[in-house]
Ligand binder design. Structure first.
Ligand SMILES: [Ca+2]
Ligand SMILES: [Ca+2]
Length: 503
C-alpha cells in the first residue's frame, strides 16, 4: 500500500507542476520571451525576470482580481493578452468518471472569461486520485494555445477560441495517468508519452497539426516529467532532455533520434529538471524502499516462479501473490497492496518474464537528486554524474535553480538549499507553518522564492543560500498548480479560482 501510494503521489506532482517555455524561436513568439508560455515558465526553469512581486497576499489581501474557474491540476500559461487553462467539471465521487473537460481563456488584464470549450472524451484513461483528468498544462506560441488531455489528445485553438486543428491520441497506460505537459520549440509541439510497454516521443507541426516525427522508446515505463530543451553552447543542434524511468535521455529536436543518456535516475520520474549552461539537476523518488542502502534484493524469474507459481502456468498471478505467505521484503513488495500493479506493465493480472525484469529494475533503482553534465553520445553514465544527493527528496515538486543556489522542498515542508557546483547543503530547515505535502513546484523571481503546499500555504523566502522565511500566506483552498510571476503580479490557481495578486 505504501508503495502504491507513494508512486501515485509522485505521478501526481509531475503533472501538476512543471511547465516552461524557453524563448520560442518562431517569429510570432519572439516578443513573448518574457511570458510564462509553458509549464514552469521559461524552459521549465520556474525562474522569471519579473520584479516588484507581492509578498503578502491571500483571498482578501492584495487581490487585483479573482476569476472563478473549474478545477484542474494544470498550471495557467500566458500571452500579453490572454491566460489559458485546462480544467474539468467537479468530480462526483459516486460517479468519478462522469466529468467534462474544458479548455478556456481569460483576459490577462481583468480575469474575465473570454471563452470556454468542452473537449470531447473518446477515452476514459487511467486516472487515480491526485493526478486528475486535467493535469497537463497548456502551452502557447504567444498567440495560439495548444492543450492536451489524456482522454482526447491534442487540440489547438486561436486566441479567439477557434479550433485550428486536433490530433486524437491514446488510450494511454501511465500507471497514474498522464502528467507531463507538451512543450513548444522551433515550431514543433513536443509530447512525451512515458507509459508502460509502448512509450514514445511525438513531434507535431504546431501550425498544421501534422505529425513530424514519432520515436518509439521501448526502454521507458510510466513517467510524468515534462521535458527541457538544451541548446549546447558550442552551437550544436537543440536537444530534448527527458527525465525518464531509470535514466536521463537526450533526443534530437529535429529528428527525435536518441543522442545520449545517463543511467541512475529513480524508477518513476515526475519533476522537471533545473538546468544551467552545461549541467542538469533532477530529483526522483519511486518508493521508500529505493532509498540508498535500503534496496530490497530480488531473485530471478525462475526462482520467482518456484516460490509463487502454484498453478504452474509460467506466470505469477495477482491471486498467487495474495495467497502466498510473504517470507521477506521482496515477497511483500509483490502483493497488490504494495507494488503488483505497477510491475504488471500490460495490466493482465499476471507477471511474465518481462514484467519480472521491470519489478527487479524498479526495486534496484535509487531515489535522489543528481547533477548531470550535459552532452556526449551514447551511455555517458560513467563520466556525466557530477554529484548525487541520496537523502530523502520530494516525490513531485521540481527544484528551482536561481542566482547560483539550488532549492528543493521535501514532502514534509523541509526546504534545502544546495551549492549546485558541489551538491553540498548550505541550509536545511522546516518551513514554519507550512508542514504539508507539496505538489506545486517552487518559483523564483525578484530575489525571492515562492513555495506552495497542497493546503494552500504559500511561503515566501529570501533567495540566498542561508534563506529566511519572509512571509507565510494562506489561500484557504487546495493548490496543485505552480504559481506564475509577472511584473508586479503573482498568479495562483487554487481548486476553485485563479487569483491575480499585486501590491
Ligand atoms: Ca501462475
Ligand atoms: Ca502482465
Amino acid at each position: 500500500m505504501r508503495l502504491a501510494r507513494s508512486i501515485l503521489v509522485a505521478a501526481l506532482v509531475a503533472s501538476v507542476g512543471t511547465m516552461i517555455n524557453t524563448a520560442d524561436s518562431s517569429a510570432e513568439a519572439s516578443a513573448e520571451a518574457d511570458n510564462w508560455s509553458r509549464f514552469r515558465g521559461p524552459n521549465g526553469t520556474g525562474v522569471s525576470e519579473a520584479k516588484n512581486l507581492p509578498v503578502e497576499f491571500g483571498p482578501s489581501r492584495n487581490v487585483k482580481w479573482k476569476a472563478v474557474v473549474p478545477p484542474g491540476h494544470s498550471s495557467p500559461v500566458f500571452t500579453n493578452t490572454h491566460i489559458f487553462l485546462t480544467a474539468h467539471s467537479p468530480i462526483d465521487q459516486k460517479a468519478p468518471s462522469e466529468y467534462t473537460l474544458y479548455a478556456l481563456a481569460l483576459d490577462r488584464q481583468t480575469g474575465k472569461q473570454l471563452w470556454q470549450h468542452e473537449v470531447p472524451r473518446p477515452q476514459k484513461g487511467r486516472r487515480e486520485n491526485v493526478n486528475g483528468p486535467a493535469s497537463p498544462s497548456p502551452v502557447t506560441d504567444g498567440t495560439n494555445v495548444f492543450v492536451f488531455f489524456q482522454d482526447f489528445g491534442l487540440i489547438s485553438y486561436t486566441a479567439e477560441g477557434k479550433e485550428r486543428w486536433r490530433m486524437p491520441l491514446g488510450p494511454f497506460t501511465m500507471y497514474y495517468g498522464f502528467g507531463a505537459s507538451p512543450i513548444l520549440e522551433d515550431g514543433l509541439l513536443i509530447l512525451p508519452v512515458d507509459q508502460d510497454l509502448t512509450a514514445y516521443l511525438l513531434a507535431v507541426d504546431a501550425r498544421t497539426g501534422k505529425e513530424r516525427w514519432r520515436v518509439q522508446r521501448p526502454h521507458v515505463i510510466s513517467g510524468y516529467s515534462t521535458p527541457t530543451i538544451w541548446r549546447p553552447k558550442n552551437g550544436g543542434p537543440a536537444q530534448i532532455l527527458i527525465p525518464e524511468s531509470f535514466q536521463l535521455t537526450s533526443y534530437s529536436l529535429e529528428t527525435g533520434k536518441q543522442l545520449w543518456y545517463v543511467r541512475g535516475l529513480a524508477c518513476e520520474m515526475k519533476s522537471v529538471a533545473s538546468i544551467d549552461d552545461d549541467t542538469l539537476y533532477i530529483n526522483g523518488w519511486g518508493f521508500g524502499a529505493n532509498q540508498a542502502g535500503t534496496q530490497i534484493p530480488t531473485v530471478d524469474f525462475a526462482e520467482g516462479l518456484r516460490r509463487f507459481d502454484t498453478n504452474k502456468d509460467g506466470k505469477v498471478s495477482r491471486q498467487e501473490t495474495i495467497d502466498h505467505t510473504a517470507a521477506d521484503r521482496m515477497e511483500r513488495m509483490l502483493k497488490p497492496e504494495a507494488g503488483f500493479d505497477a510491475f504488471d506493465g500490460n495490466r493482465d493480472g499476471e507477471l511474465d518474464a518481462k514484467d519480472w525484469e521491470i519489478f527487479r529494475s524498479m526495486l534496484a533503482a535509487e531515489n535522489g537528486l543528481m547533477a548531470i553534465k550535459l552532452g556526449g553520445s551514447g551511455d555517458m553514465t560513467s563520466t556525466a554524474v557530477k554529484w548525487k544527493y541520496l537523502r530523502p527528496v520530494p516525490q513531485v515538486p521540481s527544484t528551482v535553480l536561481y542566482d547560483g543556489v539550488l532549492y528543493m522542498v521535501n514532502d514534509s515542508g523541509i526546504l534545502i538549499s544546495f551549492d549546485p557546483a558541489t551538491g553540498s547543503v548550505i541550509k536545511q530547515g522546516r518551513l514554519k507553518g507550512a508542514i504539508d505535502k507539496y505538489f506545486a513546484s517552487p518559483i523564483a523571481a525578484d530575489g525571492k522564492v515562492w513555495l506552495v503546499s497542497q493546503d494552500g500555504t504559500v511561503s515566501v523566502i529570501s533567495a540566498r543560500g542561508d534563506w529566511q522565511v519572509l512571509q507565510v500566506n494562506t489561500m484557504d483552498d487546495e493548490v496543485f498548480a505552480t504559481p506564475v510571476p509577472a511584473d508586479g503580479e503573482l498568479f495562483v490557481r487554487t481548486r476553485s479560482a485563479l487569483y491575480n495578486f499585486a501590491k
